[in-house]
Ligand binder design. Sequence first.
Ligand SMILES: *[C@@H]1O[C@H](CO)[C@@H](O)[C@H](O)[C@H]1NC(C)=O
Ligand SMILES: *[C@@H]1O[C@H](CO)[C@@H](O)[C@H](O)[C@H]1NC(C)=O
Ligand SMILES: *[C@@H]1O[C@H](CO)[C@@H](O)[C@H](O)[C@H]1NC(C)=O
Ligand SMILES: *[C@@H]1O[C@H](CO)[C@@H](O)[C@H](O)[C@H]1NC(C)=O
Ligand SMILES: *[C@@H]1O[C@H](CO)[C@@H](O)[C@H](O)[C@H]1NC(C)=O
Ligand SMILES: *[C@@H]1O[C@H](CO)[C@@H](O)[C@H](O)[C@H]1NC(C)=O
Ligand SMILES: *[C@@H]1O[C@H](CO)[C@@H](O)[C@H](O)[C@H]1NC(C)=O
Length: 372
Amino acid sequence: MACRSGTLLALVAALCFLELARPGAGAAEPAEHDVPAMFVFGDSTVDVGNNNFLTNCKLQCKANYLHYGVDYPFQSPTGRFSNGYNLADQLAQKLGFDKSPPAFLSMPNGGIIPQMSKGINFASGGSGLQDATGRAVCTEVFNMSAQVQSFTSAVQKMGNNTADLISRSLIFISAGSNDVFEYTDIPSNTTRNDTEFLQTLVASYTIHLKQLYGAGARKFGIVSPSMVGCCPSQRAIARDNKYDLDAYGCFAAANSLSRKLYPMVYSMLRDLSADMPGMYYSLADSVGMTEPILNSTIIPDTNITVLDKACCGGAGVCNLTATLCPDRGGYLFFDGYHPTDAASGVAARDLFADPGIFVHPINVQQLAALRS
Ligand SMILES: *[C@@H]1O[C@H](CO)[C@@H](O)[C@H](O)[C@H]1NC(C)=O
Ligand SMILES: *[C@@H]1O[C@H](CO)[C@@H](O)[C@H](O)[C@H]1NC(C)=O
Ligand SMILES: *[C@@H]1O[C@H](CO)[C@@H](O)[C@H](O)[C@H]1NC(C)=O
Ligand SMILES: *[C@@H]1O[C@H](CO)[C@@H](O)[C@H](O)[C@H]1NC(C)=O
Ligand SMILES: *[C@@H]1O[C@H](CO)[C@@H](O)[C@H](O)[C@H]1NC(C)=O
Ligand SMILES: *[C@@H]1O[C@H](CO)[C@@H](O)[C@H](O)[C@H]1NC(C)=O
Ligand SMILES: *[C@@H]1O[C@H](CO)[C@@H](O)[C@H](O)[C@H]1NC(C)=O
């Protein structure tokens, strides 16, 4: 069982957004938008170094050592679970920013309020929609309630005149994969009740979103968990233990939960936005986006041909002594759980510019352009 516990390092919301044929979508320029700042919440798919500052967080839940960052400027391992930029960085770039805003925990106290006008990243690898998620594997994470609470208290400290800034900013959330990993960690647990589990996740999501809205947030870009059973570590574990493989050779229970979660999150967002005036959202059908590529040999408009093995470490841990593939642009996954810079670039592109196929009801570009 212990072998499945690397699991908490989240997978790949990103894997989700890859799509078959979308010529031209990559051409999107940093568009006209009305987003002064971006605030990021969630797990390792979007963490830019918060976990570096958690003293009790285990090494396996940090990415501040090589080969992480091998393709980042100056080859720096910043805490991003990627060879280069992650999904938050590349979505920020679509909006015209250099990269993700800085990690909240990296900032001196006096730096937080001034930085609020440009954005802050609160995400923490290993965390989930439920606050207890991540503790078993990482010992310490910056849990979702703490992320949201840190944002709301920073908004309060800014004093008056924040409403305009916060309501126009993009709130970007990528979370839920670690809850799924942890829940499926004991495959033979027959007392599992999937419906109940998923309802609990959605209820947690609702609470977080209401708090963000209460602090003035209005524009929400949301990434729901992808085919998390298809990351290399999960494939290897399911295969080696000869249990519960789906038609793609992935861990079926995990994929099945993601598939059921998306419509639940969608209807939750629809209901919430009906109750909360001025709330807008963009939600990606991650599973729908991912499935078409899982049996492909190449992802169009990319050089990605290796979908089932990690560039660094194969299916195991990535670190300085692990094998590192020379052609990082050819891999979907950088380590056993996380996409490469190339793969999250495709995800960011589709999240931003999807023409209504997999991102609903509007894409992030349209969300960003809204003026309230
Ligand atoms: C969430 O984080 C807060 C702040 O660090 C902590 O007080 C709380 O115990 C955590 N919750 C859980 C369930 O771990
Ligand atoms: C907010 O505005 C009110 C009324 O204009 C003023 O009394 C209060 O001190 C201001 N608060 C802050 C934190 O600036
Ligand atoms: C089995 O799953 C249930 C429902 O999620 C959970 O409450 C329980 O702790 C799990 N049992 C074990 C041994 O993990
Ligand atoms: C699973 O949970 C749901 C929601 O709480 C409940 O309606 C259902 O009866 C449960 N199913 C089983 C098999 O216990
Ligand atoms: C994917 O490919 C595998 C191996 O060729 C095949 O068994 C499976 O049916 C395919 N799955 C789908 C959904 O097409
Ligand atoms: C694919 O590889 C070729 C040759 O190395 C390179 O010129 C091209 O820019 C790559 N395409 C992408 C989308 O990365
Ligand atoms: C480094 O990675 C290698 C290959 O995945 C693994 O065998 C080794 O245990 C790792 N070292 C540490 C300290 O985790």
